[in-house]
Design a protein around this ligand. Sequence first.
Ligand SMILES: Nc1ncnc2c1ncn2[C@@H]1O[C@H](COP(=O)(O)OP(=O)(O)OP(=O)(O)O)[C@@H](O)[C@H]1O
Ligand SMILES: C[C@@](O)(CCOP(=O)(O)OP(=O)(O)O)CC(=O)O
Length: 357
Amino acid sequence: MGKEEEDAWVVMKTARAPSNIAVIKYWGKRDEKLILPINSSISVTLDPEHLSATTTVAASPAFERDRLWLNGKEVSVEGERYRNCLREMRARATDVVIESSGKVITKEVWSTLHIHIASENNFPTAAGLASSAAGFACLVYSLAQLMNVKEKYEGELTAIARLGSGSACRSLYGGFVKWNMGQEADGKDSIATQLAEQSHWEDLVIIIAVVSSRQKETSSTSGMQESVKTSPLLKYRAEEMVPKRIGQMEKAIKSMDFAEFARITCADSNQFHATCLDTSPPIFYLNDSSRRLIGLVERWNRHAGEPQVAYTFDAGPNAVMFAKNKEVAVQLLKRLLYQFPPSAEADLSRYDYLGHS
Ligand SMILES: Nc1ncnc2c1ncn2[C@@H]1O[C@H](COP(=O)(O)OP(=O)(O)OP(=O)(O)O)[C@@H](O)[C@H]1O
Ligand SMILES: C[C@@](O)(CCOP(=O)(O)OP(=O)(O)O)CC(=O)O
């Protein structure tokens, strides 16, 4: 067989992974390279129909270097995070048989093959809606399919996704997920585990209000670096507050106690933004619309006598809200449209309603 014929094959896999929203936030690393956090966190994985990354990975002897296209535009794959994920996945590749020809791609061959990656997000990238979480979870999962990688211990793939972006480790599972901060220096025990399936809490409805889809000024990565360096509140939060809240949140999820779930979710979001304000120079992720949303929910909950809706904000002004059930969700949408009426030329299909169940 000539070199051209030998190079004429390509193997390919496509996968989709959803984004996730933390109800106990990760903010701060104890190891920048391995992306090891200063506290554990808990998140809810979102519906892939609405917020997800779709990634196709391909390998061929004809490819001369690793390449990545993100939302149709080629971007560099030379960054440490992409390199680390690719290296760890290649190291775990096992035999793959190409169906059409019967040819076997062995572990040795995988170590010489270059990968082409094309990924699309169905929501704004780098706008505080955890695109990096969906993106790196999807990259690792699609590579695992392509290279026939089998986990040696549960959560091994989550530890590799973590090397791409901390929050990505939580997107490999659906439902309610905990990222254990771990203790080991090599990060082996800093993995995600599923607390409960999505179907465990069917009543819960998630609504996302995209206040702004502009890219944020301070990325999560640099924002949390500054907070670790300068915020005394962050240290107190990670050491004293989060360990207690993690236990309380696990209990609330297990028993589907919405009042407790809402109380902790709102308190943790507010404390995370307080640590941003406590950073020097201060970081502002919320804007006037975010604050109006907080006011609306707080007044409603107080008036109802017990929480009906919870809110949480990541590193941006966009709100993620949890409604107690479908009836409350409909009420919430009405109130949101009343408080924030769309302009006459708005495209109403962009008003997203995300059912969790
Ligand atoms: N689908 C994807 N595939 C691979 N990498 C992606 C994908 N989507 C995003 N990324 C990577 O993640 C980066 C954006 O991460 P960043 O943390 O700045 O924003 P975010 O994840 O949208 O927001 P946040 O984490 O604060 O909620 C992109 O520049 C890109 O490197
Ligand atoms: C506010 C957050 O969304 C921060 C997420 O930070 P990233 O996971 O994007 O940061 P890196 O690990 O540096 O990639 C809270 C959370 O998702 O827990």
